[in-house]
Design a protein around this ligand. Structure first.
Ligand SMILES: [Zn+2]
Ligand SMILES: [Zn+2]
Length: 338
């Protein structure tokens, strides 16, 4: 089976940060940061169910208006997550528009806005178009190990980094990944099909070994069905491996505390999207602006033993020198830089 997450940066490495992650088989997507998202067509934006904003510097949050405009009138609610003060910032964004006719929309749009507080809790507020987006505070909940979202098939965790303002970094972790050996299925005399998705869900849900599934027979008895137990399938044709892990890190000062937090979050990730804002020759500027250099990002990636690094958020001052930033990150990382 293919990995369920299909991530892609909305803009080139010099453009505003925004990472769109399609979730296969679920007709929805996650969005990390809301920089300029004009390049995302509405049909894609409409799939977005959860938005994770690292911090509200303009280049990470200016796309909020476009997202809101595209989603107004759609059925599905939207959940947003951000660092301290995020609820207030969304409230101010909403307050900047006039909503006197919004009740004429056929359906309501509900925004649940979550904010990670300094004392490790998650504050929550609801803004609904039916109420002209008036603020409605919900109870705050404790944040268990930075877990913002936990679903049967995946979870999203965060850590708070120092960017001279709190800035969130995120990890998406698939619960587990089920690989199917096609040749072994053939040996069991069955054909692959949608029933394998049921098998995967049963595994994720911890179903008992004697749970049975119906598959089409691969033999000459065309169209006949065979019953197979989960235990047999697991033993003979399936391999359960740790799920895909994708980590998104941007806008962080380079110091011990941040490095430890990033390394813990990114440990063993398949894919690490990490800012490489400056060349190391300009490390003084990077420190002044609380950003990472390409060398620092590469060394963090190596320490976290990630598989592939995707550098982004290059400072515009390096226009035409993209390859130098990549080379520096690659040199420090020592592995694959996409
Ligand atoms: Zn920033
Ligand atoms: Zn930035």
């Amino acid at each position: 089976m293919r990995p369920i997450f299909q991530p892609r940066l909305v803009n080139g490495p010099f453009g505003d940060p925004a990472l769109f992650v399609d979730v296969l088989f679920e007709r929805r997507a996650l969005l990390f940061d809301l920089g300029d998202i004009a390049a995302l067509p509405p049909r894609r934006l409409l799939r977005t169910s959860h938005v994770f904003v690292s911090h509200a510097h303009m280049d990470h949050f200016i796309g909020f208006d476009r997202l809101l405009r595209v989603c107004l009138g759609r059925q599905r609610p939207l959940a947003l997550y951000g660092p301290a003060r995020f609820i207030e910032q969304v409230e101010h964004k909403l307050a900047a528009f006039t909503w006197n006719l919004v009740e004429n929309y056929a359906v309501d749009l509900g925004l649940t806005v979550h904010e990670v507080t300094g004392d490790g809790r998650l504050r929550r507020t609801l803004f609904n178009s039916r109420e002209r987006f008036a603020r409605c505070d919900l109870d705050s909940v404790p944040l268990d190990d930075g877990r913002l979202l936990a679903e049967p098939s995946f979870e999203v965790r965060c850590v708070v980094l120092d960017h001279r303002t709190p800035c969130l970094a995120f990890a998406i972790q698939e619960a587990m990944h089920v690989n199917v050996w096609g040749n072994r299925l053939a040996e069991l005399g069955v054909l692959p099909g949608p029933w394998l998705t049921e098998v995967k869900h049963a595994l994720l849900a911890g179903a008992p070994e004697d749970t049975e599934f119906t598959a089409a027979s691969a033999g000459a008895d065309g169209g006949a069905e065979r019953r197979l137990s989960l235990g047999l399938l697991r033993e003979r044709a399936l391999r359960v491996v740790p799920g895909q892990k994708i980590v998104y890190v941007t806008d962080a000062a380079y110091h011990e505390e941040n490095v430890v937090r990033i390394v813990n979050l990114a440990a063993g990730a398949d894919l690490l999207f990490i800012e490489c804002a400056f060349l190391d020759a300009d490390a003084t500027d990077a420190a002044r602006k609380a950003h990472l250099t390409a060398r620092q990002a590469g060394s963090i990636a190596r320490e976290a033993s990630v598989s592939v690094v995707v550098p982004f958020h290059f400072s515009p001052r390096y226009g035409g020198r993209e390859s130098e930033l990549r080379a520096e990150a690659q040199m420090a990382f020592g592995g694959v830089v996409a």
